[in-house]
Design a protein around this ligand. Structure first.
Ligand code: ZN
Length: 168
């Protein structure tokens, strides 16, 4: 890919060479014997076929380059968008001490309250944490992209709520 200009240069050089040979032969034309003329014609044809193959390869490379360029432009655009999007979020700590990201309070257009997976966020991926069944008395959130689980909030059990009163 990176030697594309070299390939084009080679094709151009070879084309010039063939042209020069052709001109030379034209000049010699009448003085050449039938056999030599046939040989020269064959050589020219071989050269031209070689050039045709090179041109085809160069076209394929150009197409690949064009696709790569489009893909790179698309990737760049997505990165720019994500960079902008990233700036709208801030790190936060869940009531149970887990790490997540949420929209900054002054973010434009208050969206529904959702939390992003911190692991994915740091890997430049936007993944919304989803609720999952409580575990060991704790409300849990799960990232369906990387599988991370975040403790959201410890549920207050009967003893937490009524304990002191119960013991009185
Ligand atoms: Zn994740």
């Amino acid at each position: 890919m990176e030697d594309f200009s070299v390939v084009l240069g080679e094709i151009s050089t070879r084309t010039l060479e063939v042209l020069q040979i052709a001109k030379h032969l034209q000049g010699l034309g009448p003085s050449l014997s039938g056999k030599k003329r046939k040989e020269a014609a064959q050589r020219l044809q071989q050269e031209l076929e070689g050039i045709a193959v090179d041109v085809q390869e160069a076209e394929l490379r150009a197409m690949t380059l064009e696709k790569d360029k489009e893909a790179a432009a698309h990737e760049l655009q997505q990165l720019k968008q994500w960079h902008q999007e990233k700036g709208r979020y801030e790190e936060c700590t869940t009531p149970a001490g887990g790490a997540a990201y949420r929209l900054k309070p002054d973010g434009p257009g208050e969206q529904s309250r959702h939390y992003l997976c911190a692991t994915c966020f740091l890997n430049d991926k936007k993944a919304v944490l989803q609720p999952m069944p409580t575990r060991e008395g704790c409300v849990m959130l799960r990232c369906h992209t990387c599988g991370s689980e975040v403790m959201w909030e410890k549920l207050r059990g009967f003893m937490d709520v009524y304990g002191p009163e119960w013991e009185r």
